[in-house]
Ligand binder design. Structure first.
Ligand code: NAD
Ligand code: GLY
Length: 359
């Protein structure tokens, strides 16, 4: 079993990575100062595949377990379904020591963390992420959220989980597009933090794409190590944590303008990372060779790298102007200075961005 500690003082926790470990999560939870009541929050797709294993493991250790399902999909990550979960917890008499388990991808993780942060002003929760994206990104770091009709992830809290429990075997059933969407986030860690890891990803593409277990454990572990290091240094995103948003300024704009239906998150940020790298090259930071390496790695992993033809650069810029990182109407981005090193809160001129998109 691989173990990573997220150092956050009294809110520190472990990320445990293994294969075939869903049936032992109950035993692990006996170490935590939690009560007997546990609710597993999931959706029908994931519950059908892995719910029983997790529920049985908890029942075996005499936890009083219930399953709360919400429909599958990003559109259900909203206040109304959060309210539904809160109602169930009240009906079942959950108290401050009761615990939630998020069993699923980033949607389930985000809404479960959000509810855990609100119920009785905050109860413990465990992340059992089952998509690659959730295993390397959303389950770690304590950002919780639901969507508002006026904006994605606009209602949220920082609430750290008590444990992140990763079973790589759950990736066996993940559809290919969802898997690749997670790979985009993995490549992101190479660009923002670790040039050697980037090179490993370049050299081991076939093994990773064939979901070789050892390679998966290695890339999940390194991604979680990097995310933990960043979150430990800047939990509330006052500066450094913004590097995790590489590719997201342009990526979010693409998601918004295409109505969140054409591109998965990882696909949109793959395009975003390529264009933000291009911008960096045009500004004289990334060398031509490094920009080409970034473009090539996304292409070779089968991720999209081109701006959708239907989008105008002026629309992209309007959408980027709404990004949370901006200050006083000025676009601020995180852009790679070289592979493994980022420039944080870099002020970008609208014309420069336009040129990078149109060129
Ligand atoms: P998702 O949760 O919608 O999961 C994708 C699909 O895969 C769903 O249909 C799900 O039911 C299915 N699925 C999940 N695990 C499966 C498995 N093992 N086998 C088969 N199918 C499986 O999407 P996602 O990409 O995991 O997460 C996206 C969400 O994460 C977005 O809401 C995004 O805002 C959020 N996010 C949050 C953070 C954060 O720091 N909190 C970071 C990145 C993304
Ligand atoms: N996914 C971005 C962050 O956790 O900060």
């Amino acid at each position: 079993m691989e173990k990573i500690r997220v150092e956050l003082g009294e809110r520190s926790y472990e990320i445990l990575i293994d294969s075939d470990n869903l049936s032992s999560v109950g035993e692990r939870l006996l170490r935590f100062p939690i009560g007997k009541k546990i609710a597993v929050v999931s959706n029908p797709t994931v519950a059908e595949l892995y719910g029983q294993r997790v529920l049985n493991s908890l029942k075996k250790e005499a936890f009083d377990v219930s399953l709360i399902l919400i429909p599958d999909g990003e559109t259900y990550k909203d206040y109304f379904w959060a309210y539904h979960i809160l109602t169930k917890l009240l009906e079942m008499g959950f108290d401050r020591k009761s615990c939630l388990i998020a069993l699923g991808g980033g949607v389930i993780g985000d809404i479960t963390g959000f509810v855990a942060s609100l119920y009785m002003r905050g109860i413990p929760y465990i992340q059992i992420p089952t998509t690659l994206l959730a295993q390397v990104d959303s389950s770690v770091g304590g950002k919780t959220a639901v969507n508002h009709s006026l904006g994605k992830n606009m209602i949220g809290t920082f609430w750290q989980p008590a444990l992140v429990w990763i079973d790589v075997d759950t990736l066996d059933t993940l559809p290919e597009r969802e898997f690749l969407s997670g790979v985009a986030e993995v490549i992101k860690y190479g660009v923002i933090w670790d040039a050697e890891f980037f090179e490993f990803l370049e050299k081991n593409r076939n093994k990773i794409l064939s979901r070789d277990k050892n390679s998966l454990i290695k890339i999940i572990k390194r991604s979680c190590e990097i995310k933990s290091e960043v979150v430990s240094r800047d939990e509330r995103e006052s500066a450094l944590r913004a590097i995790l948003n590489y590719g997201h300024s342009v990526g979010h704009a693409i998601e918004t303008l295409t109505g969140y239906t054409s591109y998965l998150h990882g696909e949109a940020i793959s395009i975003g990372m390529v264009y933000e790298a291009k911008l960096s090259h045009m500004l004289g930071f990334l060398t031509k060779e490094e920009f080409e390496r970034i473009r090539k790695i996304f292409k070779e992993y089968g991720l999209p790298i081109n701006m959708p033809a239907i989008l105008e650069s002026s629309d992209i810029i309007k959408a980027v102007l709404l990004d949370k990182k901006n200050l006083q109407g000025k676009i601020r981005m995180v852009i790679p200075e070289k592979i493994g090193k980022m420039k944080i809160n870099f002020e970008v001129n609208e014309n420069e961005l336009k040129r990078a998109i149109d060129d």
